[in-house]
Design a protein around this ligand. Structure first.
Ligand code: PA5
Length: 426
């Protein structure tokens, strides 16, 4: 379902074009489990596993929350929140307006952000979905302490525990022990799925279902997409994307900008940045992932992209169909000189702008990769997630890293815990 357009990139490679044998080898390594981090490749079969196991209880819990809560606080950081936030922002639409408001907390340490979330909930009924695979990450753990306390004040200990949903490791960790001791409903982050590859588990699906997204459709589409992405051929869009971005990287393109002309894509960009940054940036190598919102950022970053150092490539995600239409109105007397556009759709104007920007950037020396899906809906979201995950793993193996670990994240934690005086961290 995902289509990759390499027409704006191939001219930047040597005449031999991309070397698909590297993608073939990386795909083989991924599929036969012979590469580093192979114990974290459960995401390949996650959609089918979820359909066979937890999906029903996720939907049932979401229905309960939708009935008894006007707000849901989703507590998590990194891979434990970005996917859900990306999906909810991408797919939110007027038909979902009756759903509880979803707030994200625990993805930072700002007292202002915490107070703002508490104030926004006010005296409305709310529930909490705390998400942490390790169960020990400081930011969400602190936020959970706060919101658990607020739930207990409002509903008493027994009432609070019926409003807490914990998504964590099946057996280990402080959150699992706490949730079991309190008798809260638990969902699982599978052992073989790392945080940034977990959006199609309860990690992403429970908040999405509360927000009114049809998660059954998401999962059915993801099962199909994963099958299609197993294709062992240069026709596989994940091979195309992975092979070409790696070839461009080797040719000196150390920065990749992900852009989209749909403002609701912004948090998909954040999710993609974590997926690629944390998977590939190690051992002194890796493309630096950046993102822009178009056309807005043409008026802030456009100058740099067009004229700055020629170290970038760009990947532009698009949706073939607009969900709604809007025509440029006719204005009597043409006071602003825009009547040459009257009667034409904003969608058409946007597509022409996109083509014009692509041509300008290519002539300015920026390779352009196009990634498209038919619609901004459940199927489109699932396809993009599966495609970017598969391409990320293949791209990581091509570059010779373990795309499933994140050893570098520990360095700041060690310092922080020491400076905060955590017992045992001296
Ligand atoms: O991708 C990852 O593994 C990380 O980004 C984690 O998701 C993030 O650090 C949060 O970890 P946890 O879910 O253990 O709280």
């Amino acid at each position: 379902m995902v289509k990759v357009d390499l027409s704006g990139a191939l001219g930047f490679l040597n005449s031999a074009g991309p070397d698909y044998s590297l993608a073939a080898e990386a795909h083989r390594t991924l599929a036969d489990g012979s590469g580093p981090g192979s114990e974290f490749t459960g995401w390949l079969t996650l959609p089918q596993l979820i359909k066979d196991t937890e999906l029903k209880s996720i939907v049932a819990a979401a229905e309960r929350i939708r009935k008894n809560s006007e707000a849901l606080v989703v507590i998590g950081i990194g891979g434990s929140y970005l996917g859900a936030r990306a999906a909810i922002e991408l797919l939110a639409s007027p038909e979902r307006a009756g759903s509880p408001d979803v707030y994200f907390s625990g993805c930072g340490l700002s007292p202002d952000a915490l107070n703002e979330t508490i104030a926004a909930i006010g005296d409305r009924d709310f529930s909490v979905n705390v998400i942490s695979k390790s169960g020990t990450t400081l930011e969400p753990a602190l936020s959970f302490r706060v919101f658990k306390g607020l739930l207990e004040q409002k509903y008493g200990a027994a009432g609070a525990r019926k409003r807490i949903y914990a998504t964590t490791d099946a057996h280990r960790g402080a959150l699992k022990s706490l949730a079991d001791a309190e008798g809260c409903e638990c969902f699982v982050v599978p052992d073989d799925v790392g945080g940034r590859y977990s959006v199609l588990s309860a990690v992403g699906l429970l908040p999405m279902a509360v927000a009114g997204i049809d998660v059954r459709r998401v999962i059915d589409a993801a099962i199909k997409e994963m099958q299609e992405l197993d294709l062992r051929s240069p026709e596989n869009p994940a091979w195309q994307y992975a092979a070409v971005r790696q070839a461009l990287y080797r040719g000196g393109r150390g920065i990749e900008i992900l852009g989209c002309y749909e403002p609701r894509f912004r948090f998909m960009g954040e999710w993609w940045k974590q997926l690629y940054g944390e998977s590939e940036g190690k051992n002194g190598v890796g493309v630096f992932p950046a993102s822009v919102e178009l056309t807005a950022d043409l008026h802030s970053m456009g100058q740099y992209i067009q004229d700055g150092p020629r170290t970038m490539m760009e990947t532009i995600v698009s949706f073939d169909e607009d969900l709604t239409k809007f025509e440029v109105p006719f204005a009597m007397g043409d006071p602003d000189g825009l009547n040459y556009l009257a009667g034409r759709g904003f969608g058409e104007v946007c597509r022409i702008a996109r083509d014009a920007v692509k041509a300008a950037h290519i002539s300015g020396g920026v390779p352009n990769i196009g990634v498209s899906v038919p619609r901004r809906d459940e199927e489109g979201f699932a396809a993009l997630v599966c495609f970017f995950e598969m391409a990320c793993a293949i791209s990581g193996y091509i570059s010779g890293v373990n795309p499933f670990d994140q050893p570098g994240v520990e360095a700041y934690k060690k310092n922080m815990f020491k400076m905060l005086g955590k017992p045992g961290a001296e």
